[in-house]
Design a protein. Structure first.
Length: 284
């Protein structure tokens, strides 16, 4: 059981139950790195020059921390991650309501976190946890704010910025210099173009771009690359046209989709469920 498994009301996270122990002979620690004696580093962790690791940090086997990186706060990092120079993880959130309580960052396995990325820990009122899954690529200068939840295989291009409480589902892509407003949800495998301003939810499998952000239909090239068959793509295109081009209310449009597509493929069901559950409103 990890320290996060003991948190009340925590969001499930993919961090494995690695046995973290501090055996300097089995780690590559540069002599200029400053590591608190209470930090827990597994065998095979590499920490490069001038990096700083705080007392409440746990890092899993095979993770490499690049030069001048700073990892503080109650932060748990899984196995085989690559953390590049000047990254900052686990510092207090940029939220005036935060009062200094014990809040957390949880990062999974096999992530690439590039130069100057900032990942802030959660807030007491927001659930207390900022979560990043596994196999993600977080490019240089990106920012993940407090209480965000990032799924697996997400790509954030250079200087992509997430406000607090943003939820990015598996396989989504956030383009460079894009800014996502607080509490926005980005659906699975959605694609957001660069320099976009996102203030409402982006449904799964959609292309979106612009300031203000607009939908441009299903991500057909991406869906075919993922192996979607023609029937599923046709059903998604039909559902999109009914919902966004029929001048019906959301409830009326969803009812019409279920009437005209009696055998809804599971992928289209994910799209419809997302629309029904949206609280912030949908980008049109």
């Amino acid at each position: 059981m990890t320290v996060l498994d003991q948190l009340p009301g925590r969001i499930p996270h993919p961090v494995p139950s690695c046995i973290l122990r501090r055996t300097l002979a089995s780690m590559n620690i540069h002599p200029t790195a400053l590591i608190d004696p209470n930090a827990r580093l597994a065998d095979g962790v590499c920490v490069r020059a001038y990096s700083i690791i705080g007392a409440n940090v746990s890092i899993g086997a095979g993770t490499e921390v690049g030069p001048h990186a700073v990892i503080e706060g109650w932060t748990t990092i899984g196995c085989n991650n690559r953390i590049f120079p000047f990254t900052s993880i686990g510092y207090p959130p940029q939220d005036l309501k935060y009062s200094g309580g014990e809040t957390h960052v949880a990062i999974g396995d096999h992530n690439v976190i590039r130069e100057n990325v900032t990942i802030h820990r959660g807030t007491e009122l927001g659930g207390g946890l900022t979560q990043v899954g596994s196999h993600n690529l977080i490019m240089a200068y990106s920012h993940i704010a407090h209480d965000c939840v990032i799924g697996n295989r997400v790509v954030m291009a250079n200087a992509a910025t997430l406000g607090g409480h943003v939820h990015v589902e598996d396989g989504a892509v956030v383009g460079g210099l894009a800014a996502v407003h607080q509490f926005v949800r980005i659906g699975t495998r959605a694609y957001i173009g660069g320099k976009s301003g996102v203030s409402q939810d982006i449904p799964p499998f959609m292309l979106a771009k612009g300031y203000p952000c607009k939908l441009y239909g299903p991500n057909l090239v991406g869906l075919r690359r993922q192996g979607w068959d023609d029937g599923t793509i046709t059903a998604l295109k039909k559902a999109y046209r009914i919902i966004f081009r029929s001048n019906l209310t959301r409830e009326q449009a969803l009812a019409k989709v279920r009437q005209e597509i009696p055998e809804i493929p599971p992928e289209v069901g994910i799209f419809l469920d997302f629309l029904e559950q949206s609280e912030r409103g949908i980008t049109h």
